[in-house]
Design a protein around this ligand. Structure first.
Ligand code: NAD
Ligand code: MN
Length: 730
């Protein structure tokens, strides 16, 4: 007799296929499966009549033919986006909100078509596209309909960047469309999108959606093609911003290509994210977490938890549990609703995974795969677990971008943090412990844009996503993501004065610029010939090579000599700045107190500084120090309202060690304006003062030296204010 227990034991999955017919019919209806570009609100054929095929990686069947974008196609799309830009930007906030809302509604109405199309083109399971990709796409447009509505009141003083080029990868094809397009349009920009060559179909379907939502022509354009097409877009002079998600290698190319062009850039690149399990974690939850971290989307996820770091005492037990779970994972047709993993996107990616796994075995790590075999038709790869991995092994350092997990052990929380941060990347991390104190202590120490606690791979439109270090920069989602598509309105005003806001341009603002009137170099006080050293690690030091440079005033008088720093001096300064990283770990309150105190000491010497640069600039510098002292304990993060269980905390962090070069104009105010905000939020800095007017800055270190003397003094005389007299020491 069949008991429930027996049924439970033998219960097999039957096939639960989702039909591909409506999606294939949609493709067929579109010029019998041939797609041109979407430019200026209509479909256009590629100028040189080149097409390429996109396939279904689960079957290798050709799905459609798609246009290969040429330079002329990119030119046409940029022209269309340009023509539409002023109209779109001038639309009242509510108008843009209506369009974004309409896009969200349209996505929902066609959600199943989009989910199936995505599975077909990418190979990812329908379970994921239906329950995650497409719902998040709709969520993204709804959320940004909100930002569009509020753009006038929530971002005062900001204007759209202009025409934006967006280049996206194949791992979340339509979700990346949403992450890119929604904030760009909400902020009032117009867009040229280049989808990935392996997965263009849902983006093209979205173009139809934009058409039926009545989006004005030219606001959103698509040019399909490969990296060559992307390159034309990146290099186009009339594009004001590039937003990219993809490999670190290509990100680096874009950084170089846009450097000095004045283009705004955001890069969301690769990762090798740690998944840290402490010995008090709930191991069954951990196992499901690992499944979501590395076998979700076949591991082709930039923030995949691909490095499992386990506390030593539980490592064997967790490995056993993981293997048991892997044995039960189901790899197969992406359209089967009962399948856990689908196909790898393309042969080239499959080869890359195979190659790296071979390398792992060669380098001595222990590889384990389940006993069952993958389908042989199509590009499949089984879930794979490596143990006995050395932290320096290739598979522990290089992003595999496949269903391959490498596991290592640690003993203490400190060692866990060190291992976790032992990567050039910094995209995401997750921490597993039932001890909230431990989790909240470890999380902020991880160099990662997102840290999940007892969870993984959670995304939402309200919460900024992005990286550190070689994982790129910029945030997508939330208020923070909106700023990536806006620029301060004053930049446009500066442009009217002929001032560039980027680091090129070279042309100097001429004497007619209003602020030159403020510089009053005249002085009644007799000049004091001073020699300035370098200021490193809180000490005045002689330059390594023992050369100084005369600084000559406007009337040709020698004002002093400054040290000529060389490579070694810079190295020493960078070392000192790193050694002082405790500055960023202290409280904002402490930093505020110190900045106020510096302002106060500058005030006691205001007359002396004013003699060189004028009273107005000195007073403005003191006020500015107060402003950033004020901000030091107010630069708060946010608690985002994300519709997931749990709390999303967005914390601001210092970047770390900054190099700052100060401008020639306003030698003191320029210096203070750049340095004070950087240190107020916890960075340490190496400053190179203006080459022609360095003395206000070098003199400033004597003000900082007072701080040191003053604080010692303060300790000695509790309750008394630090002695201003010591200023005279300099
Ligand atoms: P890729 O960076 O080469 O491609 C991403 C996008 O950039 C595609 O649309 C591509 O056409 C375009 N592109 C390529 N070269 C370009 C260039 N010189 N100028 C402008 N655009 C260019 O990534 P890939 O080849 O699809 O994948 C390679 C590796 O990148 C993967 O193995 C993985 O490690 C990583 N990757 C990361 C992500 C992520 O989300 N961070 C996504 C996909 C791939
Ligand atoms: Mn495809």
């Amino acid at each position: 007799m069949a008991t429930v227990a027996k049924l439970f034991e033998t219960m097999e999955y039957g096939p639960a296929p989702e039909s591909d017919a409506p999606a294939l019919e949609w493709i067929r209806q579109h010029d019998n499966g041939r797609f041109g570009h979407f430019i200026g609100g209509r479909w256009v054929q590629p100028t040189d009549n080149q097409y390429f095929e996109t396939i279904n990686p689960a079957t290798t069947a050709v799905l459609a033919r798609v246009a290969q974008g040429s330079k002329a196609d990119i030119d046409a799309a940029v022209a269309a986006a340009h023509a539409a830009a002023p109209v779109w930007a001038a639309l009242p906030a509510h108008g843009r909100a209506r369009y974004l809302y309409a896009l969200a509604r349209e996505v929902q109405r066609h959600s199943r078509l989009l989910a199936v199309l995505e599975s077909l083109d990418n190979g990812k399971p329908i379970r994921e596209t239906r329950d995650l990709d497409i719902p998040l796409v709709a969520r993204h447009f709804y959320h940004h309909a909100g930002w569009a509505q509020l753009s006038g009141t929530e971002f005062p003083g900001y204007v759209p960047v202009g025409v934006v080029g967006q280049i996206i990868p194949w791992n979340f094809p339509l979700l990346m469309v949403a992450w890119k397009v929604a904030p760009a349009l909400a902020a009032g920009n117009t867009v040229i999108l280049k989808p990935a060559e392996f997965t263009p179909l849902t983006a093209l379907c979205f173009a139809e959606i934009a058409q039926s939502a009545g989006l004005p022509a030219g606001v959103f354009n698509i040019v399909t093609g490969d990296g060559a097409t992307g390159k034309f877009l990146v290099e186009h002079p009339d594009v004001q911003k590039i937003a990219f998600t993809g490999s670190t290698e290509v990100g680096r190319i874009m950084r170089k290509a846009t450097a000095g062009s004045g283009k705004k850039l955001t890069l969301e690149l690769g990762g090798k994210s740690p998944f840290i399990v402490f010995d008090d974690a709930d191991l069954d939850s951990v196992v499901e977490g690992v499944v979501d971290a590395i076998w979700f989307n076949q591991g082709q996820v930039c923030c995949a938890g691909s490095r499992l770091l386990v506390q030593e005492g539980i490592a064997d037990r967790l490995t056993q549990k993981l293997r048991a779970r892997m044995e039960k994972l189901r790899v197969g047709s992406p359209l089967d609703k009962a399948v856990d993993m689908g196909a790898i996107v393309a042969p080239v990616q499959l080869e890359r995974i195979r190659g790296l796994v071979e390398k792992g075995v060669e380098e001595g790590a222990k590889m384990w795969q389940p006993s069952w075999a993958c389908p042989t038709e199509g590009y499949f790869y089984p879930p794979t677990l490596f143990t006995d991995v050395s932290p320096a092994a290739t598979i522990a350092q290089v992003e595999i971008f496949g269903p391959v997990l490498v596991s290592m052990t640690f003993r203490t929380p400190k060692e866990a943090v060190e291992l976790a941060n032992n990567t050039p990347y910094g995209l995401a991390a997750s921490v597993w412990s039932e001890n909230i104190n431990l989790a909240l202590d470890v999380a902020p120490k991880l160099k990662a844009g997102v840290v999940w606690i007892n969870s993984t791979n959670l995304f939402d439109a309200a919460s900024g996503f992005g990286g550190y270090r070689e994982s790129g920069f910029g945030r997508e989602g939330g208020r923070e993501g909106m700023y990536e598509y806006l620029k301060p309105e004053y930049e446009s005003r500066n442009a009217e004065f002929g001032m560039r806001n980027d680091n090129v341009g070279v042309e100097k603002p001429d004497a007619a610029i209003p602020h030159s009137a403020i510089r009053i170099p005249q002085s009644d006080i007799p000049p004091i010939d001073r020699t300035y050293k370098l200021f490193i690690g809180g000490k005045q030091v002689r330059p390594d090579q023992g050369y100084s440079r005369k600084i000559v005033g406007p009337e040709g008088r020698v004002l002093g000599e400054v040290a000529e720093g060389n490579r070694k001096d810079v190295r020493n300064a960078v070392e000192a700045a790193h050694a002082a990283e405790g500055w960023g770990k202290g409280s904002g309150h402490t930093r505020a107190q110190i900045l106020y105190f510096i302002a106060e000491n500058l005030a006691t010497r205001a007359a002396e500084f004013a003699a060189r640069i004028g009273r107005e600039e000195v007073d403005a510098s003191i006020a500015r120090l107060f402003t950033y002292a004020a901000w030091a304990d107010k630069w708060d993060g946010a608690v985002h309202h994300t519709p997931i269980r749990g709390v999303t905390l967005a914390m601001n962090e210092p970047i770390g060690v900054l190099g700052i070069a100060t401008p020639d104009d306003f030698p003191l105010l320029g210096f203070v304006s750049l340095v004070a905000p950087a240190v107020a939020v916890g960075n340490t800095v190496i400053v190179i003062p203006s080459e022609t007017n360095p003395i206000a800055a070098t003199e400033f270190y004597t003000v900082l030296d007072v701080r040191r003397t003053g604080r010692r003094h303060q300790r000695g005389h509790r309750g008394k204010r630090p002695a201003g007299e010591s200023a005279r020491r300099a």
